[in-house]
Design a protein. Sequence first.
Length: 96
Amino acid sequence: MLIIKCDDLAGAKQALQRLLDRVSSHVFPRVGRVTVSMGAVRIEQGTFSATLLDYADQALYYCKENGRNQLAFFEELVEQGIANLQNIDSGEVDLF
C-alpha cells in the first residue's frame, strides 16, 4: 500500500505512472525486469478504510485481468461502468 498526497487526479496519475515506469525499466539483481500493476483510489473523508482498500483492490485486479503493468483508478472504472460503489460498514469487516 502506498499513500501519496497530490493536488488533483492528474498529479496522482503522473506520480504513480512515473513509479510504474521506473520499476518496469529497472533491472533487479537475480530477477531482471519485473512489471507492476497498481490500483488507486482517492481517499474521501468519511469513507471507511476497508471500503477504500476494497476499491483499490478492485482497480488492481482490473489491471491484472486486463494486461498487467498498468495503473487504474477506481473512480474512472466506476465512470466507465466497470466497477461499482459498495460501501462496507464497520460491522461487516471480519478480522482474521
